[in-house]
Design a protein around this ligand. Sequence first.
Ligand code: SAM
Length: 348
Amino acid sequence: MLGRVTMMSDEPPRPPRRKRYSGKNPRRFEEKYKEHDAARFPETIAQVMAAGKTPAGSHIPVLVDACLDALALHPGMTGVDATLGYGGHAMRILQKIIPGGKLIGLDQDPIELPKAEQRLRQAGFDEHDFAAVRSNHAGMKKALDRHGLAAVDFVFADLGCSSMQFDDPVRGFSCKHAGPLDMRMNPHRGMSAAAWLARTTPEKMATALHEHADEPRAESLAAALAGRVFLTTMELATAVRAAVRAADDDIDLTVRRVFQAVRIAVNDEFGALDAFLRVLPDCLNSAGRVAIITFHSGEDRRVKQSLQAGLRCGVFSAISDGVVTASPEERRRNPRSTPAKLRWAIRA
Ligand SMILES: C[S@@+](CC[C@H](N)C(=O)[O-])C[C@H]1O[C@@H](n2cnc3c(N)ncnc32)[C@H](O)[C@@H]1O
């Protein structure tokens, strides 16, 4: 009975106890409670960022000013962020198009999408300004139809994975963190990386290693890895290291390339990108703009060829001359911006 009386007191509820960890500072992703709570611990966030790192559970947007310039945003415009992620670009885009504008934010990740939506709502953007839609951007046209929009003034995409996905061991994306070998951006759909590897043939895997990661030892690695059961990220990383032990070049780079190739296959990233590029012209108003950031050669090649083909056949009136990349200062501040390449185009 006494317990019940205590619960009815006017005392404010105590904040939940933080997770215990060994040592002076938390090391594991889920233990870094200060980094996960940027609003309460801005000093910790500033310290982590000053060290060139991304705070746990967040994502630092890349090439932001160049993207905003390429999209030539102003109040009243409607547009799509086809890869909402943390909402970093979306936040800056919304600041430019409000009042009167509207942004549709697409992402296929059911875990991160509600968090990004909440962040943008807390920043003051209501349902008139912004809609978060769980969708693959291959289905961008249908998502616009459902929101009563025939076409929009701009489309933005920042391809690949977010830092939240890479850094959370439970998502199984990274060769640096021990976790289940999953790698799905939408873990409720399709095959995990473990299932894909167990079922894939050496031929299919060699093609993935070539096309998704420019891996020079694609055939021998595929022979060593395809059809085998790896349940964790560490088991796969160890098997890759064992397969290339004799070689004297950078083994860590090979491990990263294998992870990239498998991730792209598991999420059918090139299939989704091709479909997105196909529907793109139909989604843009006349004189509408698109800006796309890519992170590796397979993605950039597809975007470049599609924009060039669009220019040749008159779908686009102008496209970027080459790519925009991060400045040395941005690379130092955020090393994850280093491989980023931005291309843009204007709808005829
Ligand atoms: C690099 S992050 C975007 C980060 C974002 N620009 C920001 O500043 O926070 C890429 C995001 O795109 C999502 N994504 C990747 N491929 C997708 C696809 N085919 N359809 C929808 N979302 C996708 C991922 O789930 C991830 O959240």
